[in-house]
Design a binder for this molecule. Structure first.
Ligand code: FMN
Length: 191
């Protein structure tokens, strides 16, 4: 699945209003020379099309756990095993809840469970959703297992509320990803 030498990033995109920003992120990562393999959740696909991400990453986009892998291979395990970093941007509240509880009913959840690469969450949601004890408990669970975070930042949200919940900027996400790749925290370090 990979061309040798290039960092391989699996980009999970979920159903947040910030999903359109994943297009800029994908493009910026490709410009870094990274191989980007995008996963779009079914609700993510209500906000941005697989075609957009495929055109920007020059690769097919994975939207279903049930797609037939080449030669009968299991795509979620290939993605999980080949990733140097898995980044979920934007990460919805629901995706964080599923990940915290090890749910693998979609391709992104299955990759998050199966990978041993570092996982970076870039949350984006309404402030109340972010501050809710349920979300914060999920964040703590994921942090305790070694997941990394960028954001959310504060500001005016799409819903009109001022507060935390904005997706971090693309340069911030790139900087964190570069750091993870450089540190050589790249593969098979996560419990
Ligand atoms: C217009 C609209 C905007 C939404 N924006 C967000 C958001 O920014 N963050 C979030 O966590 N959920 C948001 N949601 C709710 C999620 O789309 C919903 O929880 C969904 O099931 C997430 O699915 P996924 O995590 O599988 O992609 C939004 C829903 C709608 C209808």
């Amino acid at each position: 699945m990979a061309e040798k030498g290039n960092p391989r990033i699996v980009l999970g995109v979920t159903g947040s209003i910030a999903a359109f920003r994943a297009a800029d992120l994908a493009s910026a990562m490709v410009q870094e020379g990274w191989e980007v393999h995008a996963i779009l959740t079914p609700d993510g696909a209500r906000f941005i099309t697989p075609l957009t991400l495929a055109a920007l990453t020059h690769r097919p986009v994975h939207t279903s756990l049930w797609e037939e892998g080449e030669g009968g291979r299991m795509t979620h395990l290939d993605l999980a095993g080949a990733a140097d970093v898995v980044v979920v941007a934007p990460a919805s509240a629901d995706c964080l809840a599923r990940a915290a509880h090890g749910m693998a009913g979609d391709v992104l959840g299955a990759v998050l469970l199966a990978t041993r690469a570092p996982i970076l969450f870039v949350p984006a949601m309404n402030s109340h959703m972010w501050q809710h004890p349920a979300t914060q408990a999920n964040v703590e669970i994921l942090k305790s297992r070694g997941a990394r975070w960028v954001g959310p930042s504060e500001g005016r949200l799409a819903c009109g509320v001022e507060g935390p919940g904005r997706m971090a900027s693309i340069p911030e996400v790139l900087k964190t990803l570069s750091g993870l790749l450089k540190k050589g925290q790249s593969r098979r370090k996560q419990p």
